[in-house]
Design a protein around this ligand. Sequence first.
Ligand SMILES: Nc1ncnc2c1ncn2[C@@H]1O[C@H](COP(=O)(O)OP(=O)(O)OP(=O)(O)O)[C@@H](O)[C@H]1O
Ligand SMILES: [Mg+2]
Length: 503
Amino acid sequence: MSEVLIRLEGISKSFGKVRANSNVSLEIVGGRVLALLGENGAGKSTLMSILAGQLRPDSGTVSARGQVLHLTSPEEAIAAGIGMVYQHFKLVEAMTVAENVFLGHRQMFLNRRRMEVEVEALASRFGMSVKPSAVIRDLSMGERQQVEILKLLYRRSEVLIFDEPTAVLTPAEAENLFATMRLMLAQGKGIVFISHKLEEVMSVADDIAILRRGEIVDTVPVKDVSSTADLAERMVGRKVLLEVEKKSVEIRQQVLSLDGLGWSEQDGGVSFELRQGEILGIVGVAGNGQKELVETVCGMCKPHSGTVRILGREWGEFFRTAADDPENTLAWIAEDRQGLATCPSLDLLDNFLLTTRRSFSRGPGKFFLFREEARKRAEYLLKTFDVRPPDLSAAGWQLSGGNLQKMVLAREFYRKPRLIVAEQPTQGLDISAMEEVWKLLLKAREAAGILLVTGDLTEALTLSDRIGVMFDGRLLACFPVEDTVNLAAVPQMMAGICEECAA
Ligand SMILES: Nc1ncnc2c1ncn2[C@@H]1O[C@H](COP(=O)(O)OP(=O)(O)OP(=O)(O)O)[C@@H](O)[C@H]1O
Ligand SMILES: [Mg+2]
């Protein structure tokens, strides 16, 4: 059972001046979960991309059951029994589950019925509920992830690598994933698990390897770790308290008000008000209208019914004139970091300019852009927000997830917004970056009203002044965070089992 399936020895990898992995050695053992931990940019994804055949190391070796592998492509890694579930799924949306599983499979005749039966059997063997005939675009994140896993299991992967698999899952979906992982372990498969959620790591992992600036600084069996605080300290190299001080702030003018907002015929009736000095935390299981709410407030889609007032102006008027008014800025920290918040193929300076261009432009119609001025400002901001590397010529895609998020915050806060929409602001961030972002949001609330949309209840409770629960396109309740009676009912409201939910 406890056979070493994969051995990494002396792996190093640099990107230009950045040393992403430095002399890393690790073992992946059958029947055990190895958690790979480290701050944003520590080199976790790079190391696993090497193992999955996506990247080639500068030096070092990967061997499987004692045999050295020379991986030059993901196909070769898969043939060697190594499969990776990426954070951004690689599925064909218009195809069915079974078709995706069989995609790329070289077989002359494929019988749809037989494909579906095979996929069904595989799914049920590993405790997965996804239907083989369902089309990907109709599936939840958790179900899509199951398809990615099925693809690997179908190709007989012995070692499965999960890069932050729970970042996009609801708590219930995460539990399902863990159950599937246990079934894999029982079959002798080895698992590598990357996550920033330390409680999760403590409950799922058997062994923990910690990377810091590309080097392994610690490898411990989980039974030798006393608490998540102990783990955080091993990872960051100092005590991390995750306790942020929440000062009371004077509540001032209204920055956002919704009155009976609806997005379609069916849903609707979301009403609330947000004032400067407040954080309103909207919680709920993803897919209950949070996305539509955010997109309406941020001007991406039109209200279907009801009214929305932003910074004292009616919705349409605000978006017609907002761009010209530096006093009235709305900042949006979008959940989709790579698709909406940034343009990964552009360098960091251009990414910084995406929403700040007007501040550095002069002349008629703000025609002339003062790039040098922007560069100096952006350079300073990247250092203050501890973006690693603080290199404006790096492309967005070269940054690790957490560092890209810090870049977005640096940019959005630069305009001194009065209304901030923060959507899953700490998703994928390591514990010290999370602490920094929390502090930044609390500080920003002195000058702004903040609409915080989050799937993380701890985050909502730590930051919010009021909590709103969304279910089925409606706001079920909105109450001060001190209201313990309502607070206790939040999990039921989120799951749709309460009096208000039935209405
Ligand atoms: N293709 C690339 N080109 C240039 N630099 C890169 C590239 N990929 C990663 N890097 C750099 O290598 C370092 C390690 O990045 P990596 O993505 O492995 O970190 P990570 O530990 O997975 O972080 P996170 O927790 O934020 O996902 C970072 O400094 C990153 O900017
Ligand atoms: Mg990563």
